[in-house]
Design a protein around this ligand. Structure first.
Ligand code: AP5
Ligand code: MG
Ligand code: ZN
Length: 217
């Protein structure tokens, strides 16, 4: 099984949706830098104060900060049998730091799942997205509605819209994806790690294909 995983793809491709399902199936920790920043903002910590304005604009949080939180998280014991990175690395500096760190920890990345989707779909998904205020589970008003409107299926928490899910921030997030993050794919392709999946398929089909990539010997 390939369980040291990076999940890549543009905003709205379905990374969080797939991640929640994969970690439930394979019992590995879900390390989402976006979720970690949102939790820090909610808790009012120094990290949250720092990240808040970058996120609201759709800009990337500075590398030294982002790398620092991932270093601390990946070194924890629960990552010894696998991990799923969602939204990290996003820059060359982050990818280089991850290489060094995972080598040092003897937890090298062995799979990169690349979710793809057309921009028109990304815009529709982001505008219809609602997320649980407590646990961060993503829903969609049309595609992935909760059982009870406005309430999270998993924890009963209230659903809300993310502050960065507006047209201006999405434009900036997409621009960062194309200029900073997408180029990293060739680095991982050269290592033979990348499995690309059409993220415009139904979520069950995406999960099935991702599961095949994880379970390949
Ligand atoms: P982050 O939280 O990572 O946001 P993102 O990359 O913009 O991606 P999203 O979470 O918007 O989309 P997703 O791919 O997870 O889609 P989802 O599953 O929700 O980052 C936010 C910010 O934090 C960044 O802008 C930056 O400021 C900062 N940050 C984070 N990491 C950083 C880093 N490494 N370095 C620097 N800064 C960093 O799905 C979207 C919608 O589609 C949902 O409504 C869902 O229900 C629906 N959907 C999902 N899959 C399907 C499907 N198959 N069919 C139909 N609908 C679907
Ligand atoms: Mg996400
Ligand atoms: Zn919830």
């Amino acid at each position: 099984m390939k369980s040291n995983i990076i999940l890549m793809g543009p905003p709205g491709a379905g990374k969080g949706t797939l991640a929640k399902r994969l970690v439930a199936k394979y019992h590995i920790p879900h390390i989402s830098t976006g979720d970690m920043f949102r939790e820090a903002i909610k808790a009012g910590t120094e990290l949250g104060q720092l990240a808040k304005d970058y996120m609201a604009r759709g800009d990337l949080v500075p590398d030294n900060v982002t790398i620092g939180i991932v270093e601390a998280r990946l070194a924890q014991d629960d990552c010894s049998h696998g991990y799923l990175l969602d939204g990290f690395p996003r820059t060359l500096a982050q990818a280089e730091a991850l290489e060094k760190l995972t080598a040092k920890l003897n937890r090298p990345v062995n799979l990169v799942i690349n979710l793809t989707a057309d921009e028109a779909i990304l815009v529709k998904r982001i505008s219809g997205r609602r997320v649980c205020k407590n646990c961060g589970t993503p829903y969609h008003v049309v595609n992935v509605p909760p059982k009870v409107e406005g309430i999270c299926d998993h924890c009963g928490g209230p659903l809300m819209q993310r502050p960065d899910d507006n047209e201006a921030s999405l434009k900036t997030r997409l621009a960062h994806y194309y200029s900073d993050t997408k180029p990293l794919l060739s680095f991982y392709e050269a290592k033979g790690y990348v499995t690309s999946i059409d993220g415009m398929q139904p979520a069950d089909a995406v999960l099935a294909l991702a599961g095949q990539a994880v379970e390949v010997k």
